[in-house]
Design a binder for this molecule. Structure first.
Ligand code: GUN
Length: 284
């Protein structure tokens, strides 16, 4: 079997076009422009690139982006004051604090300081708690985007065995919650999982989100599986690659996401969607 590609890049472009059309209509009706504040602390090149993509996407659809590029030595108190100010600012509907943060900053405390109504990353314990209780409000962007990809290819998780590799707060854990809500049987693998191939071989839906190039071997993939690769690993020669051995996996899977052009653009599209929801322009 040779897998069909899941073209996240094309699907995300359609979502952005729909958002743009909604904003145009609302602006003509005299509503205020939605606004997203983006905070980047330090000069990590990968984070700078992600933030660039997010801000460009905002501009393209008509969301105003307020940009705060900050020194990696910024005192924590200044970041706290900035978030408190943005929480109060009516022009700002969403606040995005790009992770990772420098070690002297208590990241958990800062994410928790963001008003849950403006938490367009869906990282706040309140929003994650709502997801865990099957009553989601703003949802983490990457898992949300992956659920839309599955929907788009008409492959519904109900009754399937979904295996999530990676248990991060940003992707793995909320991904497991989303799949559980959708009726999948969910296994979460992580760095202490003893026999990773044993679990991957059982996956009808595999979500690879460990952040390790080539971690998932093609021969582990179940015949006919759906393979979603969240990995964004930069190799020494500058190429971007996922967590899955793509060439071998595509010979066994029924569906597979490419890297780049799969999950990444969906994460950005869901950030825009969450900003629209936070601004009251769209429902979940
Ligand atoms: N760092 C890596 N991915 C993300 C994300 O989706 N949001 C934020 N805020 N930081 C990140």
């Amino acid at each position: 079997m040779t897998a069909q590609l899941i073209h996240g890049k094309i699907i995300a472009a359609q979502i952005r076009a729909d958002i743009r059309a909604i904003i145009e209509t609302k602006l003509q009706q005299g509503q205020k422009q939605p606004g997203l504040a983006v905070i980047l602390v330090g000069d990590d090149p990968a984070s700078a690139l992600y933030v660039h993509h997010k801000r460009t996407a905002c501009e393209e659809v008509g969301i105003k982006s307020f940009y705060y590029p900050l020194s990696k030595t910024i005192p924590e108190a200044e970041l706290i004051a900035l978030i408190q100010q943005l929480n109060q600012d009516p022009a700002v509907d969403g606040i995005l604090l790009q992770a990772p943060l420098p070690k002297h900053i208590n990241a958990d405390q800062l994410f928790e300081l963001i008003d849950p109504k403006k938490d367009v990353d869906g990282f706040h314990p309140y929003n994650l708690g709502r997801l865990a209780q099957r009553r989601p409000l703003l949802k983490p962007c990457t898992p949300y985007g992956i659920m839309l990809l599955l929907d788009h290819i008409h492959q519904h998780p109900k009754g399937k065995h979904a295996v999530v590799v990676g248990a991060s707060n940003i992707v793995g854990r909320p991904m497991a919650l989303e799949l559980l809500i959708a009726g999948a049987t969910v296994t979460v693998c992580h760095r202490f999982t003893v026999d990773l191939p044993y679990f991957v071989k059982q996956a009808d839906i595999l979500i690879a989100a460990a952040g390790k190039a080539g971690l998932i071997k093609g021969e582990w993939i179940k015949e006919g599986a759906i393979v979603i690769d969240v990995g964004q690993n930069r190799l020494a020669d500058g190429t971007l690659t996922g967590d899955v051995d793509f060439e071998a996996a595509k010979e066994k899977a029924a569906w597979i996401t490419p890297v780049p052009g799969g999950v990444g653009p969906m994460t950005v599209a869901m950030l825009l969607r969450n900003t629209m929801v936070a601004a009251g322009y769209m429902n979940m």
